[in-house]
Write a protein that binds this ligand. Structure first.
Ligand code: FAD
Length: 465
């Protein structure tokens, strides 16, 4: 058993944890970063955002190459080497995790590898490969993240996978069921479909990506009804493992009458916080029955010197939210009086087309009784979209009806997520439609659709590009 003393211990080295640790070290605080994984980066870098985007990149290029045939350039049928695809994905991950290790070393942030649990208000015990380490700390930041939700009625079987299993890409099944029509399921389904799998998606609610607006998802379905067999308002009631496949029974509006055979079932029904797994009670930190830890705007828990950030403090469970929360926690520990108080947090599904929104959706505006107006610009009227074969897209802006201020925006289409930052900035800066409409956007670009939607709201649009 070894013992270390430190000013700050950060439990969990995901985007929240490493961002907090690096900011704290930059502010002169002696910091230890604890994670059960060998590499830094947490879920996001190792089994989340980054490997999924590497695979989605492959899927996108394949689709584009195929599509070019109708414009006079043919490449023939793709030859898929799964080992090389996996190696490409793993290479992307290792480049980034090595980069993080370097940044950590440069800042003298010590990585203690092992599973950490609190043993008191100022002590954490870490069980690693080389035995136990007790860390005595002045301050702690809990950044232990989340893990996939599993469904109790689904048998344990290696043909049932979660997002981590899907990213391993052991094989490409002929027929796969994606259970859950949220972002993670649709992204992984997009990858497997491009590589040759036949995909069924089952979603309990009446639309895929339920948080997005209906008109946005209508555009999405135009493309995806050819890619996936989607069963909305339907639920899985049972899964039976047989020698020749997994037999899934359904119930609901679009349920097949008989059980359907699948080679694989991807369960993507959400993530649960890891708050209950770290013996937080020993430190006096309150954890609710679902495993979330409540914090104030300074990311402080009910125990004054212990902070919490990232997926385990609540929705949205997104890497960029965790990063900003991490900075706030570290800055407060360093004596600054900073708050996590964003006006908006962007959400993006990196499907093809991408679905992206920030600020209020129209659905939320209605629910909250906000007096609003929308303006939309269809990409079918965009010169750049037409020239790039990207007309299945739309930009939608949401304004406060009285002031014209931008309060939300959504885009669907190629690279929509890349363009969302402008709308987020407009919301944070309190810009109105005129501010954005008068900003000269380069022509022809897809993001001029944001300016044009604002001009439509202003009634000042004269011609279309
Ligand atoms: P995590 O990244 O969950 O990291 C927590 C770390 O803590 C883990 O490394 C874990 O090993 C460690 N840990 C937990 N408990 C202990 C313990 N007791 N002792 C030691 N170590 C412990 N978000 C986006 O913003 N954009 C995306 O494109 C995106 N894509 C995703 C794709 C997939 C397939 C998945 C699964 C998630 C995706 N997410 C995405 C979500 C994103 O990964 C999370 O929101 C983000 O990683 C949360 O960061 P975090 O710092 O809270 O913790």
């Amino acid at each position: 058993m070894s013992e270390i003393k430190t000013q700050l211990v950060v439990l969990g080295a995901g985007p929240g944890g490493y961002s907090a640790a690096f900011r704290a070290a930059d502010l002169g605080i002696e910091t230890i970063l604890v994670d059960a994984r060998e590499t830094l980066g947490g879920v996001c870098l190792n089994v989340g955002c980054i490997p999924s985007k590497a695979l989605l990149h492959v899927a996108k290029v394949m689709k584009e190459a195929k599509h070019l045939a109708s414009h006079g350039v043919s490449f023939g049928e793709p030859e898929i080497d799964l080992d090389k695809i996996r190696a490409y994905k793993d290479g992307v991950v290792s480049q980034l995790t090595k980069g993080l290790a370097g940044m950590s070393k440069m800042r003298k942030v010590k990585h203690v590898q092992g599973y950490g649990k609190f043993t008191g208000a100022n002590t954490l015990e870490v069980e690693g490969k080389d035995g136990k380490t007790t860390i005595t700390f002045d301050n702690a930041i809990i950044a232990a993240g989340s893990e996939p939700v599993s469904l109790p009625f689904i048998p344990e079987d290696d043909r049932v996978i979660d997002s981590t299993g899907a990213l391993e890409m052991k094989d490409i099944p002929e027929k796969m069921l994606v259970l859950g029509g949220g972002i993670i399921g649709l992204e992984m389904g997009t990858v497997y479909e491009a590589l040759g799998a036949q995909i069924d998606v089952v979603e309990f609610l009446d639309q895929l990506i339920p948080a997005a607006d209906k008109d946005i998802m209508k555009v999405f379905m135009k493309t995806y009804k050819e890619k996936f067999n989607v069963m909305l308002e339907t639920k899985v009631t049972g899964v039976e493992a047989k020698d020749d496949g997994m037999y899934v029974s359904f119930e609901g509006k679009n349920a097949p009458a008989e059980p359907v055979r699948y080679d694989k079932v991807l369960v993507a029904v959400g993530r649960k916080p890891n708050g209950a797994l770290i013996a937080a009670d020993k430190a006096g930190v309150n954890v609710d029955e679902r495993g979330f830890i409540a914090v104030d705007k300074q990311m402080k828990t009910n125990v004054g010197h212990i902070y919490a950030i990232g997926d385990l403090v609540g929705q949205p469970m997104l890497a960029h939210k965790a990063v900003h929360e991490g900075h706030v926690a570290a800055e407060n520990i360093a004596g600054k009086k900073h708050f996590f108080d964003p006006r908006c947090i962007p959400s993006v599904a990196y499907t093809e087309p991408e679905v992206a929104w920030v600020g209020l959706t129209e659905k939320e505006a209605k629910e909250q009784g906000v007096s609003y107006e929308t303006a939309t610009f269809p990409w079918a009227a965009s010169g750049r979209a037409i020239a790039s074969d990207a007309t299945d897209g739309m930009t939608k802006m949401i304004f406060d009806k009285e002031t014209g201020r931008v309060i939300g925006g959504a885009m669907i289409g190629t690279n929509a997520g890349e363009m969302l930052g402008e709308i987020g900035l407009a919301i944070e800066m309190g810009a109105d439609a005129e501010d954005v409409g008068l900003t000269i956007h380069a022509h022809p670009t897809l993001n001029e659709s944001i300016g044009l939607a604002c001009e439509i709201f202003e009634g000042s649009i004269t011609d279309l590009p």
